[in-house]
Design a protein around this ligand. Sequence first.
Ligand SMILES: [Zn+2]
Length: 73
Amino acid sequence: MSKDSKKTCSIVGCDKPSKKSFATVRIAESINKSGLRVKDASTRKAYLCQDHWKIVKKAYKKDTKAERMRWGH
Ligand SMILES: [Zn+2]
């Protein structure tokens, strides 16, 4: 289950090695809010390098916080 090691970042214009992977449906909105784009939005998994995760994380944390509030924790 460690096939991720050779993946590169899914953000347009970036070919750094990925640090994290997400289901594209979970992360795509946060990526868009961060002003970034994924190379292929139809893939099931999106990969982020360390630099792009730092940027997307802010939007992602906000989104997941809103989700927690909706579910009452
Ligand atoms: Zn990147």
